[in-house]
Design a protein around this ligand. Structure first.
Ligand code: HEM
Length: 464
């Protein structure tokens, strides 16, 4: 990757006559100003980057040149067909150590093989009752006329679910504040104020990140010790991640280095980071969409009201409108709005070159709002997701969970949790939006590592 001192490169053609470098788009101003535009409004900036081409380059002082490609064909090449020519960037590994999100090659294959059985569509059905229990435990306390920051409430709820199901430990409803705060501060590594600094440079946000990670590692260590001697040594019998990992270690099944205390802690912190905020964001935007689209709300209510009682696993396949609603929410508001990679060698897109070693972004939000693939792309329209539309859509035009072998391991878990939460809450409450949309009718968002709603946006609870 270019270092800070390189400065923006304007050379269009390299000396040996290879394909020209991906150009800086002329409509986004001088490269020295890109960082300001990116910090001021990253979503608008990224839309402008792709106004005329599917490839773009921008310059962020502190990080250097960043390349970005926004076409489903390019996503498919990077994530699937030519994936060996790309790798993950260093920053996640520096932040989270050697968990599934960050490792590469054989180490990744090993970890994925060990963890995958816990996250298959069948396996996650075993979590459904536990999910509903946690969702109800919190939402049963809501009452008519209450106003709250829904995103903050759902952050607590998804953390309750993740801990109770995957980590085998129920969090206190009004307690365990240090864990909740620490989980929140894991994002501080990626705040714009820190993200553009060299990795070695301390900052207040990085210090908060460091202490959050220590808190969660200590909790992970405590859970590992508590579970020791009490986990099934047959991985098929493990009911959660904690017992799987501890059981494998005790059975001496694998010794790839993955089962040292340090690696196990990395894995658990990775799952806490990857496994709750993304689902929170999806649910928050889904409730925003319901509050802002009365026809969608009516159809959704008709579906969830037709259930015999509070939703269970047996109802999930019947929730076809809820499924479309969630799919459309993840299209318009993908929680991970851009996937980071690095080119391992020179690669050409559309006749333009991304040099080896350079950072490459895959802006999912741009691709999922591309009018070449989605009619009237800015409009929230769950009905577009007919069976035929799904079959005919380019397989990488919709990729909120990424794609190829490194597709999100938690997607079945997340989809199940989100559907159960929508249906459980939707049967009991209407949530009215008290925030203000922008001129385009979009909610206020703050894109960091995930695209969250701006904090403090209130909803009003109305019992149904
Ligand atoms: C709506 C919710 C979710 C969204 C939108 C989401 C999105 C993603 C995306 C886009 C990736 C690919 C990253 C890349 O290729 O660079 C990913 C990977 C991953 N996700 Fe999720 N995720 C969600 C929920 C979850 C949950 C619930 C868990 C765990 C319980 C989880 C754990 C992971 C892990 C461990 C990886 C790395 C997989 C690998 O590299 O093999 N995610 N997720």
């Amino acid at each position: 990757m270019s270092s800070d001192s390189d400065g923006p490169t304007d050379a269009g053609q390299s000396a040996d006559g290879e394909a020209p470098l991906v150009p800086y788009p002329p409509n986004v101003g001088h490269p020295s100003l890109h960082v300001l535009r990116q910090m001021r409004d990253p979503l608008a900036f990224s839309e402008e980057l792709f106004a005329t081409r599917d490839v773009a380059r921008f310059y962020l002082a502190g990080m250097g040149d960043i390349y970005a490609v926004a076409h489903p064909d390019f996503l498919k090449r990077v994530l699937l067909t030519e994936r060996d020519r790309f790798r993950k960037t260093d920053d996640f590994r520096i932040a989270f150590g050697e968990g599934l999100l960050t490792v590469e090659g054989e180490e990744w294959r090993n970890q994925r093989d060990v963890l995958q059985p816990l996250f298959t569509r069948d396996a996650v059905t075993g979590y459904a009752d536990g999910m509903v229990e946690q969702i109800r435990r919190r939402s049963d306390r809501w009452h008519d006329g209450q106003r709250f920051d829904l995103q903050a409430e759902l952050t607590d709820m998804t953390l309750d679910v993740l801990f109770a199901t995957v980590l085998g430990r129920e969090l206190a409803l009004d307690g365990d504040e240090s864990i909740r705060e620490a989980a929140e501060h894991l994002h501080d590594w990626f705040l714009p104020t820190s993200y553009f600094l060299p990795n070695w440079m301390p900052s207040p946000a990085r210090r908060r990140f460091g202490s959050a990670k220590e808190t969660l590692e200590a909790e992970a260590q405590r859970l590992l010790e508590e579970k020791a001697g009490d986990a099934p040594t047959d991985p098929g019998e493990a009911e959660d991640l904690l017992s799987l990992l501890v059981g494998l270690r005790e059975a001496g099944v694998t010794d790839t280095g993955m089962l040292t205390d340090e690696r196990l802690r990395d894995q658990m912190v990775t799952i806490i980071f990857a496994g709750h905020d993304t689902t929170t964001t999806s649910l928050t935007f889904a409730f925003w969409a319901l509050a802002n689209h009365p026809e969608a709300r009516e159809k959704f209510h008709a579906e969830v009201d037709a259930l015999d009682g509070p939703p269970t696993m047996a109802d999930v396949d019947e929730l076809t409108y809820t499924d479309k609603l969630l799919t459309e929410t993840l299209r318009l508001f993908p929680p991970v709005y851009s996937l980071p990679r690095e080119a391992a060698e020179d690669v050409t897109f559309d006749g333009y070159r991304v040099p080896g070693g350079e950072r490459l972004m895959l802006p999912l939000r741009i691709v999922q709002r591309d009018p070449r693939f989605f009619e009237d792309p800015e409009t929230f329209r769950p009905e577009r997701w007919s069976k035929q539309f799904r079959q005919e859509l380019h397989d990488f035009a919709y990729a909120p969970f990424g794609g190829g072998p490194r597709i999100c391991i938690g997607r079945q878990f997340a989809l199940l949790e989100a559907k159960l939460a929508l249906a459980t809450i939707g049967r009991e409450y209407d949530l009215y939006w008290l925030g203000e949309n922008d001129a385009d009718g979009e909610p206020p968002v703050s894109p960091e590592m995930t695209t969250r709603m701006e904090p403090g946006q209130e909803f009003l609870v109305s019992e149904r």
